[in-house]
Every structure is written in structure tokens, then in C-alpha cells.
Design a binder for this molecule. Sequence first.
Ligand SMILES: [Cu+2]
Length: 470
Amino acid sequence: MPKQTYRNSISRRDFLKIAGGAAFAVAGASAIPQVFRRVLRPVSVAEAQGTPPDLYFAGTDGWISMPPSPPIGFYFPDDLAPPSLDTYIFGFRNITGLDATQITNQKMKAQHSAPLFWVNEYNGSNEFRLQLTNLGLQIRPDLTDSHTVHWHGFRNIIAFYDGEPTGSVSVPVGRNFTYVFRPRDPGTYMYHCHVEDVEHVHMGMTGLVFVRPLQNGNTSLYPSGKYAYNDGDGSTGYDREFAMFISEVWAEAHWCDSHIQLPDWSDYRADFNLLNGRAYPDTVAPNAALVLPGDVSQQSPDGNYYTVPYRRDGDGDLIGPDSRPDLQYQPLSSLITCQPGERVLLRFANLGFREAAMTMAGIQMRVIGRDATLMRGLTSSGLRDGADTSYETDTILIGAGESFDVIFTAPDFSGDSGSSGLGYDTYVLYNRRLTQVSNLSDGGFGGQRTEVRVYPGGLASQQYPNDWGI
Ligand SMILES: [Cu+2]
């Protein structure tokens, strides 16, 4: 679990004594004492550490959209939010391939959850490099916090790249730094900023990352050649994969951060419960992804993407799905699409502060990995080639900081388009802790809930995780 750390420069309490007041947030940058102004140097890709990075992320603040809900005191919707948005966040953005002006434009354009990314298992030469720049917080220039990337559960980290700020470097406002990883253990992980981590994690600097196994590409064990682990027998082979990142929004804390107030974290009470940064029904809204033919800016040398390429405009800003422009900064859908007989991998990770009971109604899931570890016993050889400890269930209990990999086989299509005439069968995936599927709206549904839609056929193969294939 995260632990409290110290601020590296001036605390908010100290700042309030100096600057004295809440009018500051709306007064804007001109009201900032000179000592707090930071001149952003151009932050194009740094060459100082040698090899250019595979991915380049920015840390900043921003605004997102929760589903229509009754007001939560004066905390929600936030009265400072831009039109159609309602919740203040801190977060990351993928700025790979943007020029210096476009990068500077991304201040106050954070997304939630943080960009999903993946890397290939280390094969002796393919180190993975992630550069991070800190654009600062537009709404809170008084908060001169650094940011880091901490890869939670990563086994082979050296302290220099760990991102825990008391034991490694962190990235101050206007600076950048390149993390280098040799990912040796396939599986599903999460990452987050480790500075002021209760706050920065909860505010949105948190996302999912996974490591693809060396076994990938071997079509003799499973026809797709896609695997969750180096299983040796194809048991973790899959046809489609979907990230399911669990996080929460406590409206009071988010309002406090936009209004220069300090939330009391011992009062924690999440109002919205999110999958991939959205609360139901927004979880089943489309992806805002775009794979550009010939776009190699986010591809590894073997042609694999490292992250989902989201739609961007000429300024480098994100563009939401056509039908839901308000989801501009929550680009990843949680809708699961599949065809009968296909094996579907779900990668769950939880960086909310509470346990979730994710339940698939009517379809058995097989847990094939936990905490980036194949569900198989360790033998004296030091390999995970012992007893099969995978198991079938309809519910996984997933605590904060845990990850689960599950595979289910898509059931037969009923052959009945039903009264809805939609042309697919629908199953529900939801958090059985019923307070965590509510977003306070009439009917009591919302929060951590999405759907599995089984189509009789006609889906295209996936180009990226969570791709609908439609
Ligand atoms: Cu941070």
C-alpha cells in the first residue's frame, strides 16, 4: 500500500499562509508570486541519456467527465470545471511523437486512467525506455510537486528507476527523465506516480502496464500466437485481450485539490468507481483510439505498438469518441466483444483504495495469473512448471495493488437476437460490492460495471487491447 511521503519544497499549508486564499485558483497565473513561477523550457525528447525513449509521458493536471449524477454537496460537479467536464484530476499523457510546442500545449490535458502501455519481455537486448516530463499543474501552480513513474510489482528494478521519491530520483516541474527497464517477468502490473502517493494516485496518476512473454509468436501452442505467460503448453493463449483497470473518485478530494483545500484522507469515501477511468454507463462507450497506417512513432522495432494510439488534433490534444466528445480525456472503453469459442484474456489491476469483487454473471473465468505470476507451482528447477494452480470462478476478489489475469471462453451465441434485436448476447461484468456499482443515479446502477457482448461472428481481429473489432 502507498505510504505518506514528504513534499520536496513548500507545502500547501505553508503556501496558504503566504498567498492567503482561495481566490488564487481562479485568478490565474498572473497572481502567482514570482517565486512560484516556473518557466517551462522546451521539453522535446531528451538525448542526454543516450538512446531515445520508446514512450514519452507527461505529468500534469486536467478535467474528466463522470456520468450524470445528483450533486454531491458542493464537491460535484466542480464549479471550476470547463464545459461538459466535472472532475479535477492529476494524470499522465502519452506525448510520444509530439513537438515541443505540442507538448507544452498538453498542460492541464491529463487523461484518466493513465495511458495503458505494454512492453516485450527482455530478450537480452530490448531494454524499454520511458521518458517522463513534468509540465506542472495549471490549476495549482502553488503545488510544485515532482512526479515519478513507479512500476508496482516490477521485480528487477534498480533503485535509481524505482520512482519512490525518498529512495530514487523524481522529476521536478519543467524537467524530464528517462526510466530504463529490463522486463523479465511477463504479466499484468500497474504503475503510478509515487510522489505524495495517496493524493497523486487517487487524483489519477495511475494506470495499467503489462509485459508480453517471449513465447509470443509461437503458433504451435495456440493458433493466435498470443499468450499471457511463457506457459509452455498454450494454456494462457488467447484471441482477444481487454485491460480492466480499477480506480476510484472521491469527489471531495478532487474538489479540494482544485480549490486549494486539504482533504482529510481518513474521511475517504469514494463516490465514483471506475473501470479504465470511466464509470458505467460510460464504460461501454467507444474507444477514442486510432491506429494510423504506417505510424511507427509508437511502435517497437518488431512492429508492435507499446500503447494504444489515441486520436489527437493538430495541437496534440486528445479527441474523444465521435459519440461522446466529453470522454476526451477518458479514451479507453471497457466493453468486451468476442465471438463463440474465442478465448478472451482480461487483465485486472486495482489501484483504488478498496477491494473489488469483480463478478462475471453466467460465464466462468479461469484465473491463470496473479500479481504477474503464472498460476503454477514453483519446482526445484526454479521454474513455474509445477502443479497447475489455476482455478475457475465467477468472482475475483481483488485488493488494492493486486492484479489478476483471467481467461474465459466465449459461449455460443444464443441464435436469438432477443427482444432488443441487437444481434449479440449480453453478459454483465460488475463489482458485486453493490455500493461500488452505484453512481448515485436513479436505478442504482453505475460504477464498476461493463458488458460482455458475444457476437455470432463478423468481428475483426484486435489491433490493440480493448479494440472492439467492429
Ligand atoms: Cu505525481
